[in-house]
Design a protein around this ligand. Structure first.
Ligand code: PLP
Length: 416
């Protein structure tokens, strides 16, 4: 089945074919606990000696169907779905890092992740930022405390693209894994595990769900990193699992203990939403490309989009993302006031703090997603006072283009 195309695999992959009573979709197991005929049977499930579900915080058939589906798309060894993208990031990090450990991360991160890394400082986990997360940065920033390299494949919203093969090689030379937040790329644009990453994380609230109806996240493990358990002390209790120690600790320990599970209903809604991921991404990417090219002709705004000629990451996008630029573009309007005027003059694009929706969404990140972040950190993440982030949707492209052009024109009149 793996030799077929993306959408064929999505719809007909082996994990989408084994639901009870021949159901085409996974039934919604909206339950808290699962009963057994005898105490011995339940004991065996708890001891992982027989398959089965015991309690939804630890595992659930609907959530498991969703996990298996995304795992198959990403080419992973196993996946754990979480209650949000943030829950996925914190759960993955706490599985491999403990107090005294260090993370090397790219500076261009989603604001919530930067805030989380501040919180982790209080638990003794320190993050060292690279302005440009590449192999040289990893080699120069690594210390004997480094446990993990973390970056966003396409950073939100600065649009820096990771060179995953080179970065994975550098991380592995230092004895640490590479975890990639691939939310903005989606499995349609890239499969980081096949490029050398060790785990992929998504906020499934975004493109994977697509309809803007459920918050969720997922961690997909490649299962091929050779852990040094003297170095990765956080995993030392799981050394008997070898290369699967990360997945074993996630599932049996940290995920269950933190209670970062996804609800069955959200897993079901996101499972259904994912059916059209390939179709949506084609349309979103072509809309974003058309909008970016047209707006780039305007003399008094600056457009940041991966497929524009001269974009610093254009070459990586060609190589790693099949020439597609994703759904996010940013504009710099010259001032915060003008950015607000453009946003407020849009007819179709909704002002909302989300991305990856079918509908085009806009936001002024400096006054929302990055309010808790310092100005210097925000600017390194590509967020300035005059930045507008656009998450392009699937509308008819000419309507979108006309809407943005009229808003830019209105902002000019008001300024004059
Ligand atoms: N990672 C990225 C790249 C994001 O853009 C976001 C949210 O915008 C998250 C993680 C957090 O996801 P969630 O809102 O599902 O917790």
């Amino acid at each position: 089945m793996n030799d077929c195309g993306f959408t064929t695999l999505l719809l007909h992959g082996k994990n989408s074919r084994s639901y009870p009573q021949g159901a085409i979709l996974p039934p919604i197991s909206q339950v808290t606990a699962f009963q057994y005929e005898s105490m011995e049977d339940l004991e065996r499930v708890f001891a992982h000696k027989s398959p089965g579900f015991a309690y939804t915080r630890i595992g659930n058939p609907t959530v498991s169907a969703f996990e298996n589906r995304i795992n198959e798309l990403e080419g992973g060894f196993g996946a754990v779905a979480t209650g949000s993208g943030m829950a996925a990031i914190v759960t993955a990090i706490l599985a491999v890092c403990e107090s005294g450990d260090e993370i090397i991360a790219g500076a261009g991160l989603y604001g919530g992740t930067i805030d989380l890394f501040h919180d982790l400082e209080k638990l003794g986990i320190h993050t060292v930022y690279a302005d440009r997360l590449d192999a040289d940065a990893v080699r120069s920033l690594a210390t004997d405390k480094t446990r993990l390299v973390f970056g966003e494949l396409i950073s939100n919203p600065s649009l820096a693209v990771l060179d995953v093969p080179a970065l994975a090689k550098a991380a592995h030379e230092q004895g640490v894994p590479l975890f990639v937040d691939s939310t903005t790329a989606t499995p349609y644009l890239a499969r980081p595990l096949s490029l050398g990453a060790d785990a992929v994380i998504h906020s499934t609230s975004k493109y994977i769900n697509g309809g803007g109806n459920s918050v969720g996240g997922i961690i997909v493990s490649g299962g091929s990193f050779s852990w040094d358990f003297d170095r990765h002390q956080a995993l030392s209790g799981f050394r008997q699992y070898g290369k699967l120690a990360f997945l074993a600790r996630l599932r049996a320990d940290i995920f269950a203990n933190l209670g970062t599970c996804q609800s069955p209903m959200n897993a079901y809604l996101t499972y259904i939403g994912a059916d059209t991921l390939g179709l949506r991404m084609d349309r979103i990417c072509s809309n974003a490309d058309a909008l970016a090219r047209r707006l780039a002709e305007e003399p008094d705004i600056t457009v940041n989009y991966l497929t524009l000629p001269g974009h610093p990451y254009h070459e990586y996008a060609e190589r790693e993302l099949g020439g597609l630029g994703g759904g996010i573009l940013t504009l710099r309007a010259g001032s915060r006031e003008r950015a607000f005027r453009i946003i407020n003059s849009l007819k179709y694009a909704r002002i909302a703090s989300n991305l990856g929706d079918l509908r085009t969404l806009v936001i002024h990140p400096a006054s929302t997603l990055y309010v808790r972040t310092s100005k210097a950190e925000a600017e390194k993440a590509g967020v300035f006072e005059d930045t507008i982030r656009i998450s392009v949707g699937i509308e008819d492209p000419e309507d979108l283009i006309q809407d943005f052009l009229q808003a830019v024109a209105v902002s000019r009149e008001e300024r004059a």
